[in-house]
Ligand binder design. Structure first.
Ligand code: AMP
Length: 185
């Protein structure tokens, strides 16, 4: 089972991916987490990515693809995975299809969480207080939402055109939303 989980920052992708991972016995691959680990480890790639992430911009397609390709070559992905935070623009969606073609794999479903913007800003303010992520300040959050609308929203249509997309109401309790995702899958 290979899934793509789409939705704006703060839509609950990370939370839902963590639950689906356990329920479906597959791995959760978050490019944001891979990038934050590279920053924390002080790798060359992490050093290049940090300022871009702090500004709420997208890290270059090449760097993120490099991290993803490494991750997809690890043995624990054999049973499947949930991609969270990738693809983030149409070029990445195409690059993913090429990479999967080389790996002889395909995406089974793309799930898009639909939430309202005010709820997102409130959720991310809470996350900023709890986790202290350097890109959760209100101005950066607003910029990340703008980047999502401009660059990532077209990816939803990309999977819709392929007949792979299910839109999921992302409002409600964590359990309710998780059940909707499982029903869709
Ligand atoms: P996330 O944890 O998915 O919200 O990602 C945090 C930040 O990491 C984003 O604002 C981007 O700067 C960067 N990032 C994560 N995934 C990608 C991606 N697929 N392409 C480019 N930048 C990314």
């Amino acid at each position: 089972m290979r899934l793509v989980l789409l939705g704006p920052p703060g839509s609950g992708k990370g939370t839902q991916a963590a639950l689906l991972k356990n329920r479906l016995n597959i791995v959760h691959i978050s490019t944001g987490d891979l990038l934050r680990a590279a920053v924390a480890a002080g790798t060359e790639l992490g050093k290049i990515a940090k300022a871009t992430m702090d500004a709420g911009e997208l890290v270059s397609d090449e760097l993120v693809l490099q991290l993803l390709e490494q991750r997809l070559n690890e043995p624990d992905v054999a049973n499947g995975y949930i991609l969270d935070g990738y693809p983030r623009n149409l070029a990445q969606a195409q690059a993913l299809d090429e990479l999967l073609g080389r790996l002889n794999q395909n995406i089974d479903h793309a799930l898009a969480l639909i939430v309202d913007q005010e709820q997102i800003v409130a959720r991310l303010a809470q996350r900023a207080a709890e986790q202290g992520r350097s890109d959760d300040s209100e101005s950066v959050v607003r910029h990340r939402l703008h980047v999502y609308a401009e660059q990532t929203a077209p990816v939803v249509n990309y999977y819709e055109d392929k007949g792979l997309l299910t839109a999921i109401d992302g409002m409600g309790s964590i359990d309710e939303i998780n059940q909707r995702l499982c029903d869709a899958i």
